[in-house]
Write a protein that binds this ligand. Structure first.
Ligand code: UDP
Length: 329
């Protein structure tokens, strides 16, 4: 039987690369697309030799052309850490808006089903905890996170419009904080920040008083949830994340224990609009997909720490990943 063909955007990124692995494992033909601004080919280089894998170096904010049939499109291209979208705010807006529009057009032409990577950031700094899908959020459109949050909210709106107006098969996953191997050490996210600091023998920087909460999901659990949602028949948004909530202060202590570092916690100013609480209500995912996370934090953190430890020493240098300045157009 002919293989099903899937286009994955943001394929060289953290989540995109794990999705490539999963669809290869399921014997799909994978077309991996990335403009490599924040992605890294090292994340997918082990797939290049496979006959059912191909890579396209392309920015989806520009017209997207893919020859042949397509069964599924997974739109996972986007900067996704506050530090990144502060550096490339305009690209962040474009990939969520223009990029999504281009891919929806492609999906319509190819009669493909499309899933978009939305985010817990659509809830902003939430007034209710945990956050169910019915909550509409508390978002500041002009704050530093606005470029990401509003791009993702627009992305949901245009995707739903293609679904209702054009009858396109669409899926929306709202992703909560996720971690695992292949996160970028210097993307500013809390887990690589803490582990990088521990490995370099620096103090761990907790922003604010550390009482803000997050709920961390191991990447394999997330990928399983996305896979099930894509194959389901449910077009409304679904939260995928781990409801195990922890304060950032406690999280720093866990990393100190895990790494055995003798460094201490130091406190820095809380970034503007940093959400105080974040925890997914996964009632829907449980009921519709029979999904819930399987990997607890102790296990997931251990695997992730082993990954960071295995990186070459130069990866630990806290340097700029790329020259971002030319991309703000
Ligand atoms: N954070 C921190 N120290 C760091 C980096 C992040 O205390 O070195 C905090 C940040 O202020 C936020 C939480 O950790 O409250 C998670 O930040 P991250 O950037 O990973 O993702 P977010 O959930 O805010 O999008």
């Amino acid at each position: 039987m002919e293989r099903k063909r899937v286009l994955i955007t943001g394929a060289a990124g953290f989540l995109g690369s794990h999705l490539c692995d999963r669809f290869i494992k399921e014997d799909y033909h994978v077309i991996a697309m990335d403009n490599l601004i924040t992605g890294d080919l090292q994340n997918i280089e082990h797939l290049f030799a496979l006959e059912n894998f191909e890579f396209a170096h392309h920015d989806v904010s520009k017209y997207v052309y893919v020859p042949g049939k397509l069964d599924y499109i997974l739109h996972f291209a986007s900067p996704a850490s506050p530090i990144d979208y502060l550096k490339i705010p305009i690209q962040t807006l474009k990939v969520g808006s223009l990029g999504t529009h281009n891919l929806l057009g492609l999906a319509k032409n190819k009669n493909a089903r499309m899933i978009i990577a939305s985010t817990s950031e659509v809830y902003g700094d939430p007034n209710i905890n945990p956050q169910p899908e019915e909550y509409w959020g508390n978002v500041n459109p002009v704050g530093p996170r606005g470029v990401y949050d509003e791009a993702k909210r627009f992305q949901e709106a245009i995707t739903m419009a293609y679904h209702t107006f054009h009858g396109l098969e669409t899926r929306i996953v709202r992703i909560f904080n996720t971690y695992g191997p292949r996160m970028r050490l210097n993307d500013g996210r809390v887990l690589p920040a803490f582990i990088g600091q521990a490995l370099r023998g620096e103090d761990l920087t907790v922003f604010g008083d550390g009482s803000q909460t997050r709920s961390f999901c191991y990447v394999d659990d997330l990928v399983e949830g996305i896979y099930r949602l894509l194959l389901s028949d449910y077009a409304q948004p679904v939260n995928i994340g781990n409801p195990d909530e922890i304060t950032i202060g406690q999280f720093a202590e866990e990393i100190i224990k895990l790494t055995g570092t003798t460094q201490k916690v130091i406190y820095k100013e809380l970034p503007v609009d940093d959400p105080k609480q974040r925890q997914p209500d996964i009632t829907k995912a449980r009921a519709l997909l029979g999904w819930e996370p399987k990997v607890d934090r102790a296990e997931g953190l251990k695997i992730t720490y082993e990954y960071f430890k295995s990186l070459p020493a130069e990866a630990l240098v806290n340097k700029e990943h790329k020259d971002f300045t030319t991309y703000n157009r």
